[in-house]
Design a binder for this molecule. Sequence first.
Ligand code: FES
Length: 107
Amino acid sequence: MGADEAGWIRAADRGDLTEGEPLGIEVAGRSIALYDVGGELFATDNICTHAYARLSDGWLDGELIECPLHAARFDVRTGKVLDPPATENLKTYPVRLVGGEIQVKLD
Ligand code: FES
């Protein structure tokens, strides 16, 4: 396993993730949300930066995820917060597809 392989971990099967439907998963004790935006895959922390809500229970509109609790919105590609009441960006993770498996890189 080379240095480039460090940190990659299995997150889900590709078939588990549907376009436009966020998927919440637990990876190595972390709650992470996966997104399929027009066939491109993204991963962010699943817990809103405002209070305790799972973004995977929210609504994905294009590349924007809306928190189910107070409707903050984030860009899943960058984690950037776009609407209040959240003020902190979301953490994002690199994602890759290996065969039929979605992997994320944790740090
Ligand atoms: S918990 Fe997400 S906006 Fe308040």
